[in-house]
Design a protein around this ligand. Sequence first.
Ligand SMILES: NC(=O)c1ccc[n+]([C@@H]2O[C@H](COP(=O)([O-])OP(=O)(O)OC[C@H]3O[C@@H](n4cnc5c(N)ncnc54)[C@H](O)[C@@H]3O)[C@@H](O)[C@H]2O)c1
Length: 439
Amino acid sequence: MRIAIIGTGYVGLVSGACFADFGHEVTCVDKDESKITALNRGQIPIYEPGLVALVATNAKTGRLNFTMDPTTPVAEADVVFIAVGTPSRRGDGHADLSYVYAAAREIGSALSGFTVVATKSTVPVGTGDEVERIIRETNPAADFVVASNPEFLREGAAIRDFKFPDRVVIGTSDERGRKMMGDIYRPLSLNQAPLMFTERRTAEMIKYAANAFLATKITFINEIADLSEKVGANVQEVARGIGLDNRIGAKFLHAGPGFGGSCFPKDIRALTKIAQDHDVQLRIVEAVLAVNENRKRAMARKVSLALGGALRGKTIGVLGLTFKPDTDDMREAPSIPLITGLLDMGANVRAYDPAGMEQARFELPSIEYCEDAYACAERADVLVIVTEWVQFRALDLDRLKGTMAQPIVVDLRNIYRPEDMLAAGFVYQSVGISSSPRS
Ligand SMILES: NC(=O)c1ccc[n+]([C@@H]2O[C@H](COP(=O)([O-])OP(=O)(O)OC[C@H]3O[C@@H](n4cnc5c(N)ncnc54)[C@H](O)[C@@H]3O)[C@@H](O)[C@H]2O)c1
């Protein structure tokens, strides 16, 4: 089948490469000339494990193409996916739908023959209605169906998530639309992925509800971590103890510096705004957002306390900048408010991240970037682990200690065992684990 994807970012590029790998003919479209030029040269503009090889293999077969002009790919497509960004609108937190609507207009003027227009971007309930209206207005004769097909992939594990999803949600009540979308995703049925067909508005709601629920789990365990620290409990064991209960589940129960990233913060903001517009108050979701915002900045105070509350003139090494490992995405990363807080308190910050430093330089221009973890620890009064990249999990502790001004580690991801760090001569603080355990 023929597919056009409008927007070749994290979602569009991964989806396009995976669909091509299933055997479909895919054209990825993007307005960003530098992205398309790079892709046509075989360079991948984002860091995502496995993506370089997947794109190269499928581009070579001719099944995966890149262009800035949507006209021909949209006209030839059976399904056109909208995968453009839906960032928070400046000032009010609503989802900014201007990219989606612009894409809808471009699609409308190029459609030819029966086509499904499927929205992969995360959009507020009812956006599908407006996309349909725009396309109809642009091209009254077009034969099309607008479906919602929210994407659940996680950066860092995006290819696996796309190919082995827990479920695929397809929101349309149109029979031709359901059949076409079923055909597109048929290769996944080999992997037993359930296709779930719903009404369009329900599919749009599922995506926001899923993200809000996951963010609630994270925020819940973060609050339990704070209490655990105070009462002498170990939050990792608490998380395991509750997570083994199937009704709760073990995932998204890792205490840390608060959630960030390209999706959770903006989607949760947008969900609270949708609710307000409908005179519904989502108090749990609002609390999750507020608690998480406070937490990110509070992490700077946690680092300050590790140095007795005075950071002026001190050197802080920060390991990990991206919002999670295995991505170069810096959008709303917890490292940003943390480092800004440290700088506000007068500290000098040196940082290292395996993939995110190029992006980070835009957000954090006034810190020093280092070439590896040990260089980052040099002369540091405290080393803060912010992102749990696998290469930070087995650092040479003697070497680290030898290079630091003071052997103090604040581990915001709990990747080391307190007893190992103490044995290696470090003052070690983690999240939700009391530094003086009681029996
Ligand atoms: N990143 C994730 O992990 C993830 C996961 C699930 C869902 N989503 C959702 O998917 C959507 C896309 O997210 P992303 O992270 O891939 O965004 P992104 O910012 O990485 O990519 C969006 C791309 O769309 C392009 N674009 C914008 N308008 C265009 C137009 N009219 N024509 C062609 N290209 C256009 C931009 O140049 C950009 O390259 C968002 O709604 C997001 O919430 C993201």
